[in-house]
Design a protein. Sequence first.
Length: 231
Amino acid sequence: MNRILVVDDEPQIRRMLRTALQSSGYEVLLAADGAEGLKQFEIASPDLIVTDLAMPGVNGLELTQSVRRRTSTPIIVLSVRNSDAMKVNALDEGADDYLTKPFSVPELLARVRAQLRRVPDNAPEPARIVTGDFIVDADAHTISVQGSPVRLTPKEFDLMLLLARAPGRVLTHKFLLRAIWGPAGDEQPEYLRVLIAGLRKKIERGDGKHYIESEPWVGYRFLPDGRDESV
């Protein structure tokens, strides 16, 4: 049974999350703020953390920073609509995903399942990634989509590899820019927009499936099975 730590200063949110997660077979630990969450984390070693961002005292960003210095435990942050800056900061500091309040329970549970399926960050990165419609081979520098090979430029392949290694996870603009162009990339956000547009054009097969989802003001999420927007 996976153990999930829920950190939120709103009692009704904690109760709702506990009920939803326990009904799905998870063991649930509760904390009312970041300081209590850190104590629970140190004592119980949860498999995943769900934390609010805006909390008095130790907030969700500080909790994320502290946890990420010690472990690769998946972290899903909860954010109100007007806290985009803190949400982006949390993702940059190591949070794995986010949900905007109000959110649906089925979506929360889907995000939890996706994070618990992740390969631990300390495991060797596989040279060949098979995920959804994609096969990406880092050593051979090749990619196929729905069984058909696709020719990419070196930068497009670097971007595709980053996305394929984190399916379903939001990768922030800052992370992608630095990973592909180094620190100088921070000042050139238009590079990423152009690269994403080119990659989308090459991997989408004209069947209505879309594989790269934009998260406005935050980054991009890779959907290896695609999202059919033609229906």
